[in-house]
Design a protein around this ligand. Sequence first.
Ligand code: ZN
Length: 135
Amino acid sequence: MSKQGVNPDELSQPFWDAANKNKLMIQNCITCDRLQHPPEATCRDCENGELEWKEMSGKGKIYNYVVVYDCPVRMLQEDQPFNVAVVMLDEDPGIQMYSHLPGVPADEVPVGANVEVIFEKLPNGQNVPEWKISN
Ligand SMILES: [Zn+2]
């Protein structure tokens, strides 16, 4: 099961709706043509830019990772230890997303490897983006 908390709010709702259609959408400022994640009410650079949602290729690279041995969230403790990898999107390495890399043993994360997005369904039906190593 996914270890990511999912709390869609007004700002992030389009992200989660897209995930339910197996799409990775990231907020983009039309004015300065810049992606930002997590979504915000305004562009972090120009503040009055017009924001849109852009579909990503779903491809990225593993930048780094940590292994969680002592998670404060009790529900997740039975899965310890688990990976938390930082994935940089191909469209913009500045956009980073976290993944548990399902199927990759703890502490065996290939840093620098290419990954592609997959979607895991939570018990409540919400899809969550996860990442797997590309062949
Ligand atoms: Zn902007």
